[in-house]
Design a protein around this ligand. Structure first.
Ligand SMILES: [Zn+2]
Length: 274
């Protein structure tokens, strides 16, 4: 489940290796992940060069020569692999781009929840979820803008932030980290949060992501398809001691999503008007 820090590292890695390189062929192994809005994918993409790679929230966008984009929304289970063709092809490989320098970029997705969109720049509006995202967590946006955007959404702060409409690029794991840093109980109602608490969330969101990037860069190395999360402070650390106070970290699973937090550092009541 790549979020902004993972995707930043993947973007940097693939930018260094694929920009300026031609895609000589594409092979679609699992067509359900692909939506081609710009003609027959395999024949149209062949011969195009990678011009640049951008990230917008949780989307990765390959800009290709001749006004084409390959936009990936990896959702929960998508990943990218960069390797030589002789590397074993994982069962979860859905699509392969063969590069003219002899390497391959593969899109992996064991549950095929993610999507790849092949589009022209004026078709970006047709890509579900892309333009509804809030400003990227690493973009410059003011606290007032953050607070104004947040006002449009109701419910528990964890859910509001995870949906990506207020700030994009953060999901289940990094929202847990941000709420831990700002010492806000994940199930607090957005409306119940003070300006000071909102300021804390705003400040920690960028910081948590910026701090994760160098850790991931060194830990992932060439294995950009491997998810590294064990260095996080609370997410998925239920039962371990809180790194701030030593109390045991609580972990709750709701709607198949884990929420991890420290009851002492992030006080609140699970049910009731908190
Ligand atoms: Zn604690």
């Amino acid at each position: 489940m790549p979020e902004a820090p993972d995707l930043e590292v993947i973007r940097e890695y693939l930018t260094a290796r694929t920009v300026g390189v031609e895609i000589s062929a594409a092979s679609v192994i699992k067509p359900s992940v692909l939506r081609s809005l710009a003609g027959d994918f395999a024949s149209d993409i062949a011969g195009r060069t990678v011009v640049g790679i951008d990230r917008r929230g949780k989307f990765l966008m390959f800009r290709l020569s001749g006004d084409r984009l390959l936009v990936a929304n990896p959702m929960l289970t998508g990943a990218f692999q960069y390797c030589a063709p002789k590397e074993r092809v994982f069962k979860r490989t859905c699509l392969t781009l063969s590069l003219s320098d002899g390497n391959e970029v593969r899109y992996l997705d064991d549950r095929q929840m993610g999507r790849l969109y092949y589009a022209t720049p004026d078709q970006l509006g047709d890509i579900p979820g892309l333009e509804e995202q809030g400003p990227d967590v690493l973009d410059d946006f003011s606290f007032d803008e953050f607070r104004d955007r947040l006002r449009r959404f109701h419910g528990e702060i964890k859910g509001v932030l995870t949906r990506g409409r207020v700030i994009s690029g953060i999901g289940n794991a990094y929202v847990d980290e941000i709420l831990f840093e700002s010492q806000v109980y994940p199930f607090r109602k957005r409306k119940a949060l003070s300006t000071e608490e909102l300021r804390g969330i705003y400040d920690s969101s960028r910081r948590v992501v910026e701090e994760a990037v160098p850790v991931l860069r060194s830990r992932m190395g060439d294995k950009i398809h491997v998810k590294v999360r064990d260095f996080l402070k609370v997410h998925n650390k239920g039962g371990s001691p809180c790194p701030r106070c030593g109390n045991t970290i609580s972990q709750i699973t709701a709607n198949k999503r884990i929420t991890s937090y420290c009851r002492r550092c992030q006080p609140g009541m699970l049910i009731g008007a908190t």
